[in-house]
Design a protein around this ligand. Sequence first.
Ligand SMILES: C[S@@+](CC[C@H](N)C(=O)[O-])C[C@H]1O[C@@H](n2cnc3c(N)ncnc32)[C@H](O)[C@@H]1O
Length: 218
Amino acid sequence: MSSNRNPWTNPDILDYVDAHTAQPDQIQQDLIAETANHPRSMMQISAHQGALLQLFVRLVDAKFVVEIGTFTGYSALAMARALPEGGRLLCCDISEEYTTVARRYWERAGVASRIDLRIAPAIDTLRGLPADTVIDLAFIDADKTGYLAYYEALLPLMKRNGLILIDNTLWSGLVIDENVSDDDTVALRVLNDHIAVDTRVDSYILPISDGLTLVRKN
Ligand SMILES: C[S@@+](CC[C@H](N)C(=O)[O-])C[C@H]1O[C@@H](n2cnc3c(N)ncnc32)[C@H](O)[C@@H]1O
């Protein structure tokens, strides 16, 4: 989600962070501008998160990355750029329409050959991966009611010290609003509770953008 939905941080602080953190280049700026005209533009991750994703891919020396929820391709572009020579990114989405935009920007950025985009329900793609698949980093940013199933399908395939990043886990603060009980909010609460007591991992909910959970596999 874009940073203008971030209710946790003073806007002046966000401006300061912007000025001292990797800035989107021309290709990323063009993708942000094109997506801004899309009726579902709020689904795009923020530039802050893009910079952070890129950093995490390099931090864990990721060679195989899985993304659940690609939309117009901003997060995938950030992560694909950070991959080393021979690195691969598997992208899962159900929309040909959204990802047609993504493909165009990946081509322009010269990273299209590193990306394998599968158009299918993400759970089917994950369950179809060979049992000996080793994932270094995964980013979950799709249908909220599917998050727990994605987490459980990914975890056995993650390398030790591998990282699962999960977006929207604070859901604009609705996770702590007892008056809210729609399916998405409940699914995110259940996921957060599940991860908090999961002894297979260490985790932390970073209050940036809409909440970004970091999960390290033991
Ligand atoms: C929040 S957007 C992803 C934003 C993207 N990470 C970015 O940086 O712009 C969520 C995406 O999840 C996709 N999606 C929804 N349900 C899905 C499912 N069951 N399997 C795979 N993708 C799904 C949608 O088509 C949409 O493109």
